[in-house]
Design a protein around this ligand. Structure first.
Ligand code: GLA
Ligand code: ZN
Length: 674
């Protein structure tokens, strides 16, 4: 089921159940939402104890009244299932619903996300309330989307989950012999005689059998996805046909979002960048890359489900958003392909744990606050650029971001337990492409790589079965491949490949990785240009953390190491394969290397970005398109005003003034007809 809307969404999490005894406040909320140009709210996210105060006693009338009233005022509802936090009566009567931690202790009641995903009782109670919600409200014209639970996360080690894990393993491996082989259990005498002996990883027990750790993480994702499916089935049983989403969290490591996204009709995520901690543009790249990951999960539009209108209350330092920052953040969500920019939360709660978290309406409660005026500005602008709704971001570049590979690599006890710096390295490549005006997708190894011009394998430690063949075909047919050090090392169950690495791509890359050197934090080596190299690279760059020592077999070196016993060994190489080219970067070089390398590589391969030339420092340029139109979206995250590099051909202005210098945090949107 597709989620489509003709307008960009603006609104946020709203918890009117906290104010049912204050009709004056509820009325004020609607008038302020309208004033701020809000067209949607998320309702019911943590409302279970108001919806079902006693077992089997349901109260939906208050919620129905609110949904209806909002609808009459032009505000739609994203309706949540309440499973993110359960009522006290449920935990007291059925203790099995409470989560058990890795040390095998059962939690007490409290907090949220504190439940077992396997418990039949929890599943039954969730299914019942979801179905009833769906029957009563799931077809209301005001309800446009289901918000399934809230920020799924965590794991449970209870006996029910252990049993489900063993069944999942049995299904995956068939026999215990096969499991032992795949997990290399002969090492340290950890051989299992039967599936019944297997326990989830624990600091009190088994924690160093890497394949067990890996499969447990996979199981946690599987069981979470199964729970989501269970929730959605109940919603469907209640008769509602509205599409579903679940709000995801940044690069949340414990759950493989590519797998969860398969259960959802539209991806949404909660965006809380620490603006001000670093230069704005650095935070913008980091946040932008996550938007691109979220978009890539289904390769479809997504939206920003939550963001803070002012300061959060859970970060180390609760920084106010300076004037214009909320605007810039909201517009960035749209630029990267989002269908809306929503907030947590509409009205600040009076007590409990999030009373100081920023909101559209604060404790003072009136419309003459700085934050409320900023929210109004976002609302007006979203209306002005609403034609962007439904257009899509298309990317020429894909970078591999694969949860299995990351899990295995981070756990592997390898060349650098003091930090592999994978995420930073990814960001270095991302920035380099963005500076050339390219859109970038982040995909996992199961995604299709057809249609991209450039594919980057940044520290792609695991090559899953069939992946190398897919990459080989990509290069053969003319693709540009960039592979870095520490790629193609291990298989699906984290067993090292025999016979040389990067496994399955040595002939494509024209080399073999022989050894890898871990550097201390204070150590550096250098990339030195080879005279007359085909990209014309002429500068020296420093490199850190990991240096791969490769032996060439067909590839040519463009740069070599500057020091240590491997001085003169290749550091950057290229090999022609089929109609394409395969580049290998042997170490983690400083940012500017990636920028120079990618700029020269794209020029050499005649691959062009959205606008001619390099994007000025601080500026982001992103494109969205429909069949007839291409939009150019410019945002300034720098500290000074900047002249815009315009695309070739005629354009029309949708927002802002492309002929003036763009002020910090400013926005320009152009339209080009095909
Ligand atoms: C998350 C949750 C919200 C709220 C915010 C606070 O994103 O989904 O319920 O707790 O964090 O920033
Ligand atoms: Zn459990």
């Amino acid at each position: 089921m597709d989620f489509t809307t003709t307008k960009l969404l603006h609104g946020g999490d709203y918890n009117p159940e906290q104010w049912l005894d204050r009709p004056d406040i509820l009325e004020k909320d609607v008038s302020m939402l309208t004033e701020a140009g809000c067209n949607v709210v998320s309702l019911g996210i943590f409302s279970w104890s108001t919806l079902e105060p006693e077992e089997g006693v349901f109260h939906f009338e208050w919620l129905e009244k609110i949904i209806q009233n909002l609808y009459e005022h032009g505000i739609s509802t994203i309706l949540a299932t309440p499973s993110g936090a359960r009522p006290k009566w449920l935990a007291d009567k059925y203790p099995e619903v409470l989560r058990v931690d890795e040390s095998r202790h059962r939690n007490l009641f409290g907090g949220r996300h504190n439940h077992c995903y396997t418990s039949p009782v929890y599943r039954e109670k969730v299914a019942l309330i979801n179905r009833k919600l769906s029957e009563r409200l799931g077809s209301h014209p005001g309800v446009i989307l289901w918000h399934i639970s809230n920020e799924y996360g965590g794991e449970c080690h209870c006996p029910l989950c252990q049993k489900a894990f063993r069944e999942w393993l049995k299904e995956r491996y068939g026999t215990i012999e096969q499991l032992n082989k795949s997990w290399s259990t002969t090492f340290w005498s950890h051989t299992y005689q039967s599936f019944d002996q297997i326990e989830s990883p624990s600091t009190r027990g088994e924690l160093e059998l890497h394949a067990l750790n890996l499969d447990w993480k996979r199981f946690v994702t599987y069981q979470t996805a199964d729970f989501i499916r269970h929730e959605i089935q109940a919603v469907r049983a209640g008769g509602s046909t509205r599409p579903v989403t679940a709000n995801l969290m940044y690069y949340y490591d414990p759950l493989d979002y590519f797998k969860l996204a398969k259960e959802l009709d539209i991806v949404t995520w909660d965006t809380y960048p620490s603006w001000g901690k670093k230069a704005m543009i650095e935070t913008a790249y980091d946040n932008g890359m996550c938007h691109d990951l979220m978009r890539s999960l289904k390769r479809k539009p997504f939206f920003q489900m939550e963001s803070c209108p002012s300061a959060t209350n859970w970060q180390g330092v609760s920084k106010l958003k300076k004037p214009g920052v909320l605007f810039a953040q909201s517009m960035q969500a749209i630029a990267h392909g989002g269908e809306g920019a929503l907030y947590f939360q509409i009205r600040q709660s009076q007590g409990a744990s999030e009373k100081f978290h920023g909101a559209v309406i604060d404790h003072y409660g009136e419309n003459d606050t700085r934050v409320f005026r900023e929210v109004c500005r976002v609302g007006e602008t979203l209306k002005a650029i609403s034609e962007l709704a439904g257009s899509e971001v298309k990317s020429q570049v894909a970078m591999i971001y694969d949860w299995d590979s990351r899990w295995a690599m981070e756990d592997s006890k390898g060349p650098r337990n003091d930090g592999l710096h994978h995420q930073e390295m990814l960001l270095k490549y991302y920035r380099a492409f963005r500076k050339q005006g390219m859109n970038v997708d982040l995909i996992d190894m199961d995604c299709s790589i057809e249609g991209y011009q450039v594919l980057v394998l940044p520290m792609t430690y695991m090559f899953k079965q069939g992946f190398a063949e897919k990459v080989r075909a990509f290069v053969e047919q003319g693709g540009v491949l960039i592979t870095t050090y520490w790629s193609g090392i291990a298989d699906d169950t984290d067993r090292c490949y025999l016979g040389g690495t990067p496994h399955g791509l040595m002939d494509v890359l024209g080399l073999r990785s022989t050894e890898i050197d871990g550097l201390f934090d204070w150590e550096e080596n250098q990339f030195m240009p080879v005279d007359g190299n085909e990209l014309g690279l002429f500068r020296e760059y420093t490199c850190k953390y990991l240096c791969d020592l490769v032996r060439l077999d067909g590839a040519q070196a463009l740069m070599t190491y500057g020091s240590d016993f491997y001085q003169g060994y290749p550091a950057l190489t290229v090999n022609r394969y089929g109609k394409g080219s395969a580049w290998y970067v042997a170490a983690d070089a400083e940012q500017v290397f990636q920028e120079d390398f990618i700029a020269k590589l794209l020029e050499h391969e005649e691959i062009c970005g959205a606008v001619p030339g390099e994007i000025p420092e601080g500026l982001e340029v992103t494109t969205r398109e429909t069949e007839d139109v291409r939009y150019y979206i410019y945002q300034n995250f720098g500290t000074g005003r900047v002249m815009l590099p315009l695309p070739e051909g005629e354009t029309e202005t949708v927002f802002g003034d492309p002929k003036q210098e763009l002020e910090p945090y400013g926005l320009v949107v152009l339209r080009q007809r095909r």
